[in-house]
Write a protein that binds this ligand. Structure first.
Ligand code: FNR
Ligand code: 8K6
Length: 347
């Protein structure tokens, strides 16, 4: 029943995946104190190289993008060198790996970068405290100026170039889950009255500028994007958000990206204003390669692909519990169940 997952998938002329199972991006907070990936991280990804494509844990593009302890970066020479060890290890095992490029926006905390402003689309604070560091209360962000936005776009583009330099096969821009790019795409957070706010075109502008800058730097074949049309994490939903994604997704389709990936924990979640699940909504407005994710098993994901609900399946938590997830599915071996306690170490 899962055999269809094991046929190759051609993303474009540059990249063909050996199977349709992607390892979803999974933050592990295990980089060293200079935000450099360690040898243990290289070994962790190398063990998972049988995935058709690994998407790395979210990796910050610059210091003020950091919102959690020990998340890796891609902005210093040491970080680039550290990632090169990872990509070499994955390639040695015949795998492919994209870097997920991340700026947390208002979910950043100055504790991690020596103080200063937290940037977002608008000065709308996210209520709460940093996970695992509950003493750190989120601070009210500064609304990015147009100059700040230009610099951010340039920094995404540089991080993408750094990713290629580090040996990644491409990048997935993290536009999902309530982080910086998503903070422009939802009315809850975006209260701007300039050319980056108020209308679907304006609210999509930052996302498209980042995508276009990255495409110009490394090529559309190597560029992917993750988005959350349904707000569910660090963001409140607003029915008007649909208009933004109705505009954005067809615009993205024109760019011939490697793929578009939904950001969600459980794809059975229904969003009234999207008329159903994230994947069903995305399929209805986006014509390119779509990656489905969110509480799927190999069986349910394979069925969804055969029903043409999406093209590729990303697997998250089961990959934390089973380094050999792909082999186990192929050979029909029982999986180890995921447990949150497994986040304490890299198996
Ligand atoms: C995540 N997820 C996530 N998403 C993302 O875009 N970047 C990231 O760095 C992370 N980090 C992360 C860490 C941990 C511990 C979890 C559990 C999840 C979300 C993840 O990619 C995926 O969308 C969800 O886990 C749903 O898929 P599964 O786990 O149900 O297959
Ligand atoms: C130091 C903490 C590690 C941070 C991991 C960040 C990645 C996000 C994982 C958090 C889980 C979010 C839960 C979302 C609930 C959705 C319910 C439908």
């Amino acid at each position: 029943m899962t055999a269809s997952l094991f046929t190759p998938y051609k993303l474009n002329d540059t990249l063909t995946l050996s199977n349709k199972i992607l390892m979803a991006p999974l933050t592990r907070c295990m980089a060293d104190d200079d935000l450099v990936p360690t040898q243990m991280i290289a070994d962790y990804y190398a063990r998972r190289a049988e995935a058709g494509l690994i998407i790395s844990e979210a990796t910050i593009i610059r210091p003020d993008g950091q919102g959690y302890p020990n998340t890796p970066g891609l902005f210093t020479p040491a970080q680039i060198d550290g990632w090169r060890v990872v990509t070499d290890a994955v390639h040695k095992n015949n795998g492919k790996i994209f870097a997920q490029l991340w700026h947390t926006g208002r979910v950043a905390h100055p504790h991690f970068f020596g103080g200063g402003d937290v940037l977002s689309s608008s000065a709308q604070v996210v209520e709460g405290t940093v996970p695992r560091m509950r003493e750190l209360v989120y601070q009210t962000p500064k609304a990015a100026t147009v100059d700040d936005i230009k610099q951010l776009v340039a920094d995404y583009s540089q991080a993408a170039a750094n990713a290629i330099d580090a040996g990644f096969d491409g990048v997935e821009i993290h536009g999902a889950n309530g982080y910086l790019i998503d903070q422009f795409l939802h009315y809850d957070n975006n209260r701007r009255v300039d050319e980056y706010g108020q209308t679907p075109e304006n609210m999509s502008r930052f996302a498209l500028e980042v995508v276009d800058a990255v495409v110009a730097r490394i090529g559309a074949d190597r560029t992917a994007l993750r988005v959350s049309p349904g707000a569910y994490f660090n963001m409140a939903a607003d029915p008007r958000d649909r208009d933004v994604f109705d505009y954005l997704l067809p615009e993205l389709a024109k760019r011939n990206l490697a793929f578009l990936h939904g950001g969600i924990f459980d794809d059975s979640m229904q969003f009234d204003y999207l008329g159903g699940s994230i994947s069903a909504y995305m399929r209805s407005v986006y014509t390119g390669t779509l990656v489905g994710v969110g509480s799927y098993t190999a069986e349910t994901g394979s069925t969804a692909i055969s029903e043409n609900k999406f093209d590729l399946l990303a697997i998250g938590r089961p990959f934390i519990a089973n380094p050999d997830y792909v082999a186990k599915i192929r050979d029909g071996v029982e999986l180890v169940s995921y447990d949150g306690a497994m986040l304490a170490e890299l198996i």
